[in-house]
Write a new protein. Structure first.
Length: 418
């Protein structure tokens, strides 16, 4: 006999598979609403700015519906305001809000720490603890539905874009990893790119092997399409050699040669920090190719890591690259930024002080808070891309994660003060 929990999950998966990719999420929320007797169920997707949620709806062209439209689709932006929706994502805990006509339940839709959005339900009665637990599990399942179906449609990407992309922005977007955040048993990481008015060619990337984490932060020379194409060549080369099993110096050598011989604009180059973290030991190899030095936060202090100096990739055909090494300790935070965080007005930012002020935040919130600090002194539009990559080290690679509904809540950020 199928248990209630198994029945709900089976209904969710069946509804998702039977619907088209464009309608999969709506089909899941309808099935969930019927099962739990909800008055309404909706999925709110996280906006690409990281500062809002977006309510997607299908409204016929002759119907009503506020918000941005594309044919029969409507996207309504709901900026974060410190309320229950933002608190649910920030703390990765389900929020229950009493209303005159029912109870609003907001459950984070998360996978491995990536906050994809929120499941919003209105129930006629106050939910019990078992009901909330079931809603949390279903919200986690919904994350997989979104991840699986967004491969086949532009609907989710369109909904997340509150501002239109330029061609260079579109190219740059394709160079970034599919998820900006990842939690593992031994680490948590998150990257963020705050684009300039004219795209500056920044990227970040990461990939997990069984016992190794690879990561990189790069900054291509110039702006616009030419810079985006240079970044494409550099990231493509680094990924290609990484997937062949090359070490950091070999990756840098290959990217350097590829840029020297194939750069779309002669003389184009890329600054980069390449990293390789042994998840069993915490030994982190780092290679600096003309980039802003990585920073280590340890025991309340912040220091730039001294690494062997290397020329930017593509600047000189005969450049030589060497990696340095540091052994991370539990509680360490590694921070890599691009020079957009340090240029012009941003140079007045006391970066070590801002890093300390965000030290207690999950990397997902920390990178956004750092980007907000840069925008405050250099915005509203930036002269150069500002990219941030944060890696927290915990140790314990051999241990299982301790998670609830797609997140390790012990690592989540604290609630915003009232």
């Amino acid at each position: 006999m199928t248990s209630g929990r198994g029945r709900i999950m089976a209904d969710v998966l069946e509804a998702a598979e039977n619907a088209s990719p464009v309608e999969a999420v709506e089909a899941v929320t309808r099935a969930l609403g019927r099962t739990l007797g909800a008055r309404s169920v909706a999925f709110l997707i996280a906006d690409l700015s990281g500062r809002a949620l977006v309510r997607l709806a299908h409204v016929p062209a002759d119907g009503t519906g506020e918000g941005r439209r594309a044919a029969d689709e409507v996207a309504m932006v709901m900026p974060f305001d410190g309320g229950p929706a933002e608190q649910a994502l920030r703390t990765q805990t389900t929020q229950v809000v009493p209303q005159p006509d029912g109870w609003v339940v907001l459950a984070p839709v998360t996978d491995r720490g990536e906050a994809i959005g929120l499941l919003e339900m209105i129930l006629p009665d106050e939910p019990t603890a078992p009901t909330l637990e079931e809603i949390g599990r279903t919200a986690h399942a919904l994350a997989f539905v979104v991840i699986a179906n967004r491969r086949y449609t532009d609907l989710f990407e369109w909904g997340q874009r509150t501002t239109p992309f330029t061609l260079s922005g579109e190219i740059q977007r394709r160079l970034l990893p599919g998820s900006f955040t990842c939690e593992g048993s031994a680490f948590t990481l998150s990257g963020w790119l705050e684009p300039a008015a004219s795209i500056g060619g920044d990227t970040f990337d990461y990939s997990l092997a069984r016992d190794v984490l690879h990561f990189s932060v790069t900054d291509a020379m110039g702006h616009g399409v030419a810079s985006a194409l240079t970044a494409t060549l550099g990231v493509g080369s680094l990924r290609n050699s990484r997937r062949r099993g090359a070490g950091l110096a070999e990756q840098a050598d290959a990217a350097n040669a590829d840029l020297v011989h194939n750069a779309p604009v002669p003389g184009s180059y890329i600054t980069a920090v390449l990293g390789r973290l042994d998840l069993r030991t915490g030994v982190c190899a780092l290679l600096n190719a003309g980039h802003v030095p990585p920073m280590l936060m340890r025991d309340g202090g912040t220091e730039a890591l001294p690494l062997p100096a290397g020329f930017p990739l593509g600047m000189f055909a005969e450049a030589d690259y060497r990696a340095g090494e540091i052994t991370l300790r539990p509680g360490d935070r590694l921070v890599v930024v691009t020079d957009g965080v340090r240029e012009r007005n941003a140079a007045s930012l006391d970066l070590p002080d801002v890093l300390r002020s965000t030290g207690g935040l999950h990397p997902r919130e920390a990178v956004r808070a750092l980007a907000d600090a840069v925008l405050e002194v250099s915005g509203p539009t930036l002269a150069d891309d500002a990219t941030l990559f944060i890696l927290d080290w915990y140790d314990g690679h051999s241990e299982d994660r301790r998670t609830s509904a797609g997140a390790d809540q012990a690592r989540a950020s604290l609630a915003l003060p009232d």
